[in-house]
Ligand binder design. Sequence first.
Ligand SMILES: [Zn+2]
Ligand SMILES: [Zn+2]
Length: 524
Amino acid sequence: MLGMIRLGFELPGVGVSWRKTWDRALGLEPMELAEVDLCCKYFAVAMEFEVEGVDVVRKGRFVTLVDMALGIQYAGQRIAAGEDASIGFTEHEEFLHFRRGTGDQIVVTSSVRPLVAVVGEGELVGAFRLFVRDAYLRLVAEHPGLAANPTVACLRSRARVKKPGGALVWRGRHYGGMSDSAGVAAAVEALRQIGYYLERDRQPTHRVKAYRRAADTIEGLPAAEVRARRRAGTLTELPGIGPKTEAVILEAMDGATPSYLTKLESAAGELTTAGTGMRAELKADLHLHSDWSDGGSPIEEMARTAAALGHKYMALTDHSPRLTVANGLSRERRLQQLEVVAELNKKLGDELDGFTILNGIEVDILDDGSLDCDLEILARLDLVVASVHSKLRMASEPMTERMVRAIANPHVDVLGHCTGRLITGERGTRPESEFDAEIVFEACKQFGTAVEINSRPERLDPPKRLLSMAVETGCNFSIDTDAHAPGQLDWQVYGCERAEECGVTPDVVINTWDSSKLLEWAAS
Ligand SMILES: [Zn+2]
Ligand SMILES: [Zn+2]
């Protein structure tokens, strides 16, 4: 039988000498805390790591939280990749080894003690991810400036939690309670994480919006006001805060992981087991929307999530003006967005390890194949996705001409969701548009336009028979989410799965390339 895991940490209480490692750090500039000091000097916690009653780490042993979380994060990634892993302790010569046993069992041993414990891979990786997540949240809750510290930022990951079975133990509260601003920061983060999991789970954006809106509301208030309202019981009088979001805020402000978040995390499994090889090759997402058009979240939130999912860059592709139902951007708003993106790149570049936002557009292909955007703007954009959104039932011949004209436009880089089909979901279903696929894909090859593999579950476009035909033709591809909310950015693996099944190789997928290569290709 596999052992149940208890993995967690506790902050040093009043009178414990380790408490100084927190007090001292709180007086310092968070950006200036170097990795070596974070790992050796600051933020000591008492560890608990137990498998079925056996101590993997001696109970109550003090370790520095950042060091332990980084070690656990790295070990978890290796184990999830099918490799063996070890965790060392900075202040001691002991190593914990994690080796693959039979099936998906992981055997845990120590380099200095007679320890043998057996755990399931999924349970262990899940418990590790929760530990890292809670370490990050706790550090940022105690010391909000740490979110911008590059070492601590490494812990910020919204990667999927795989079959978690580990019970995370987070007992007691920090001495003296959390500061107001730390409590509010923890609540904002928890509300946004709930939003992420709901979106990933295909909940409609408007339903998820309640959590994201509540996060925005309290983030915009002075922390003292949030506390005062909490005492007076008037949090729910604020716009966008109801009983459910209030419960999350109260738990988070008390230093606990909100029970709803815990529940969502436990329920979140792998979206699909296939496609992970291709997904690991992707460096970007090249089709996604923000709240500037019909997306549900600000550009910054999309960028932070894309970076947390491992991307190096993304193309922001809000809709063109004619798509008024999707709040398409007018020329003025488009120009304004270029400035906002430039500012964001300055702000986020360092914090997100060089992550960049490319200026893109999802431009409507008009009935005659011309594009719904003036040439001057198109020329200024880094990446142009062109898609058909209207007159989808046009006869095959004019539809083929319409698409080929757009594909041949030198500004167009990617042909978005080429058949327009809808196979499931809130908007109902819709058949594929009719066109001569051989001619369309040949044009894509000739004119250097990549065929998009759209990962949205209700689209999964193109269908496999057409995808295989495009592979035969020798086209380039772009595997994108077409995300309208942060949690949907994790859907890319659905497209990867189909790409693998149809024989697409990473070298012809344009978002496996570095941004410099992609930009050069897009400009040519
Ligand atoms: Zn579209
Ligand atoms: Zn789109």
